[in-house]
Design a protein around this ligand. Sequence first.
Ligand SMILES: *Cc1c(COP(=O)(O)O)cnc(C)c1O
Length: 462
Amino acid sequence: MRYISTRGQAPSLGFEDVLLTGLASDGGLYVPETLPQFSHQEITSWAKLNYADLAHKILLPFVEDDISSSELKIMVDETYAGFNHKAIAPLVQLDHNEWVLELFHGPTLAFKDFALQLLGRLMDNALVKRDQNLVIMGATSGDTGSAAIEGCRHSERVKMFILHPHERVSEVQRRQMTTILGDNIHNIAVRGNFDDCQQMVKHSFSDQAFLKGGQLGAVNSINWARIMAQIVYYFYAAVALGGPHRPVSFSVPTGNFGDIYAGYLAKNMGLPIAQLIVATNQNDILHRCISANQYQKKGLVQTLTPSMDIMVSSNFERLLFDLYDRDGAALAELISSLNNGTTNSLEPQRWEKARQLFSSHCVNDDKTCDVIRQTVHQHNYLLDPHTAIGLEAGRVCNQHLEVPMVTLATAHPVKFPDAVVKAKQAVPPLPEHLTDLMQRPERCQVLDNDLTKVQQYMTSQL
Ligand SMILES: *Cc1c(COP(=O)(O)O)cnc(C)c1O
């Protein structure tokens, strides 16, 4: 399997090069040249597989030029053995044809563990084989950072620098990052917002001279391997609910368009999916684009769902690439006009395609709290605020009441106590493996929102 850039200029690469590179040299994102296709018969035969075995089946075609079947098997087995639920991704039924897919049973309590616990192993495996080291730089609004740190904490080949916006992540999120004290782990709290952190990471990738020969690797969802790992749970849920003989719909709380893009790929690989619903908070560029063909940056709003507080969605470019018939030159032009403001919409016939593929809905903080409260009263089930947005969007956008609607539960509610308290519900206790989190010592460097200072700090630690 080869991977190509969405902007058509960078060389095509194999899996491990893409894994270690992050962004393509032309500024684009890597996508597979072709997708593996699975027949109904083959998908049917997966009903008996456990999560790790299913992951092995689905991921092997993406990596097999570089990684043997048995090597991959060991890595997925180890990854999902670290989860705290036997089913790995259990489905919970709330109502007739209404389901929640719990993706928060990994070590850091958010769906990011599905990809990042595997990513750490994939990277280490590749780096050892190549006798190479990697400097990882990533920006996080909370969940990516903790999952990435957990995934790479034991790697001797990786030095990791994770930037988060100072005082804008929840205490649980911050402590999940700053209490991991390994010598190769560096937390930087930037006096700015998430987009400031993201900008610094982007600039550092496009000019890596400050590393004096070192190579930067990415843990954000621009890294293809993350998307790839997330395809698996769409198959897992659908097969558990009678797929492929019966279609399933998914509602996905979305920020960077990574998670829902994985669902789109699952559909393109042969999984019958009736609807894919993009659920946003008030930072709703994706909803405005899909519902009204308005792709325009607005100021950032701080919401109760910080993991979706973004102004632009980096993975949307991967979808746009398909909407523009994989014409890298046309896409490069579109992206530059969107960035410099000469365009704020897609060509009408391209947008029509997007509308056929996705429904969308935007949910504000008040409604999010209402949904959390009502769900406790009606179903005795506590949602995290991101999941509440997904559930609400799934109800509003549902066009096929006869089809199971699965909302992806992207985080455990204990990670977002502010929203739970605002919804007047009791905050649950931390899971057993984290009970002493609030007592553990922390290590973190607070820095100004200044690229030079951040890069100087990084080189001083290398
Ligand atoms: C990261 C995150 C999201 C958004 O996921 P994307 O892949 O960026 O769309 C939603 N909910 C939670 C809890 C997250 O951590």
